[in-house]
Design a protein around this ligand. Structure first.
Ligand code: GP9
Ligand code: MN
Length: 423
């Protein structure tokens, strides 16, 4: 009901973090190029396999190369919806559902998504590019609710047998072919490139492999290093192509990992990889995924702020100089002094710079030592539960139907076509 909307709205507006004045509007009107690193966990960065860096290019970015800001305490917050949950959370600042995938079950809901807001407030065109077929994860339906103008799916790419591995198109031809699609967009644009090769079962042909496989004896973990290296090279080539095309200089570039690639089923091999026992505490720490943002004209470096996927949308809105408080978002701007560093996981566990809660057990985030619950950890748990519950209500009851925002028109999905008749 609209009372439930009032509760959610009350929570998000009192939780709102005012922008960092220096960065508010710093990326106004610039193209946004968002690169999805499939199944990429932060432990890969700076990891050496037999004395060799696994991801040398991404490592250079994580150390501030290309003026990237790297968030080394950034976490994924996905549930069973995996990639789809990451997409939902990044573009809407709401959580995925406790079970199933909101992309599939809530594909007809009303949303007030980042692509639509950027279009209405700043005249952006939006596009998603992905080497898989458009109906996967029900993307072709929910993207219309998000107001995504163009969806370049597998039907836009050369899908010859030798260009495919794991779930779809290999990342190198994917990026190479994507450049002309980006060039075809009206500027400014908000583009989202979703990679695929670093996906379970992490298989790679001999001729694409430039790194030896891992040696744990666990096929999944051993292959992961190889496909991660391939992804790293693909991103490096894409940067070169962006520079050649002239798109690079004036674009915001954002890179993120969507969710874990190596599940708890592989703890034995991961203990060998990380040279530490994979306790529940350690497993929670391993849910770090990279977030990197380059804003032209701003200096890069490492930012230790704790945050999660829920925080990306308010961060990007503030970079545009958009007043974000009027939208319903559960996250807060990562660059704000008032940013909330409590990272909620989908199962109600959480991490803060001080405490790690794994299904009710509390640990010191820094030392890993187990602690008794205290007033502060109880308060954090209540806040996390409230956040998740309010977010679930927004989705279950389709509450954004009732949410009028001054200056924002509801999106009409019938205005969008992705290769169907009439487009
Ligand atoms: C499929 C791809 C992978 O198109 O995005 O999804 P995932 O299996 O990671 O959820
Ligand atoms: Mn994924």
């Amino acid at each position: 009901s609209s009372d439930d909307l009032t509760n959610a709205k009350h929570y998000t507006s009192s939780h709102y973090a005012d922008p960092n004045e220096e960065l508010f509007g710093a990326g106004k009107g610039k193209n946004i190029i968002k690169i999805h690193l499939e199944s990429f966990q932060s432990f890969l960065l700076d990891y050496e396999l037999n004395g060799e860096e696994v991801t040398p290019f991404l490592n250079s970015l994580a150390h501030g190369g290309e003026d990237m800001t790297y968030f080394d305490n950034f976490f994924h917050q996905t549930g069973q919806g995996k990639t789809a949950d990451a997409e939902l959370t990044l573009d809407n600042s709401i959580f995925g559902l406790p079970t199933g995938s909101a992309f599939v079950t809530k594909g007809q809901n009303t949303y007030q998504s980042l692509p639509a807001i950027l279009n209405q407030e700043e005249g952006y065109t939006s596009a998603v590019l992905h080497g898989d077929y458009k109906s996967f994860w029900n993307r072709d339906q929910i993207y219309k609710q998000f107001g995504i103008d163009h969806f370049f799916d597998a039907s836009s790419y050369n899908m010859d047998d030798e260009s495919l591995v794991n779930l779809g198109l290999k990342d190198k031809p994917f990026f190479e072919e994507s450049i002309s699609m980006l060039e075809s967009l009206d500027e400014p644009f908000y583009s989202h490139l979703i990679t695929l090769t670093n996906h379970y079962p992490f298989i790679l042909n001999e001729e694409d492999a430039s790194l030896e496989r891992g040696t744990t004896g666990d096929k999944t973990v051993d292959g992961y290093f190889q496909t991660a290296r391939y992804l790293d090279e693909a991103v490096e080539e894409f940067f070169t192509e962006l520079k050649e095309s002239g798109l690079y200089d004036d674009s915001i570039i954002m890179i993120y990992g969507d969710h874990q690639g190596i599940s708890e089923n592989h703890n034995r091999a991961m203990a060998e990889v990380l040279d530490t026992e994979i306790t529940p505490y350690q497993n929670a720490q391993n849910q770090r995924v990279p977030l990197m943002i380059r804003v032209p004209g701003e200096e890069g470096g490492v930012d230790h702020t704790y945050g999660g996927e829920i925080d990306v949308m308010p961060t990007l809105l503030h970079l545009q100089g958009i007043d974000a408080q009027k939208y319903l978002m559960f996250g807060t701007d990562l660059f704000s002094d008032e940013h909330d560093e409590t990272v909620a996981f989908r199962d109600g566990s959480y991490i803060t710079p001080e405490y790690t809660n794994v299904q009710g057990s509390i640990y010191d985030t820094v030392s890993g030592e187990e602690l008794e619950a205290n007033k502060e950890t109880d308060r954090l748990k209540e806040k996390v539960d409230e956040q998740l519950q309010l977010s679930d209500e927004v989705l279950y009851q389709d509450l954004l139907r009732f949410h009028d925002v001054n200056g924002f028109e509801p999106v009409n999905p019938k205005d969008y076509f992705y290769g169907e008749e009439g487009s």
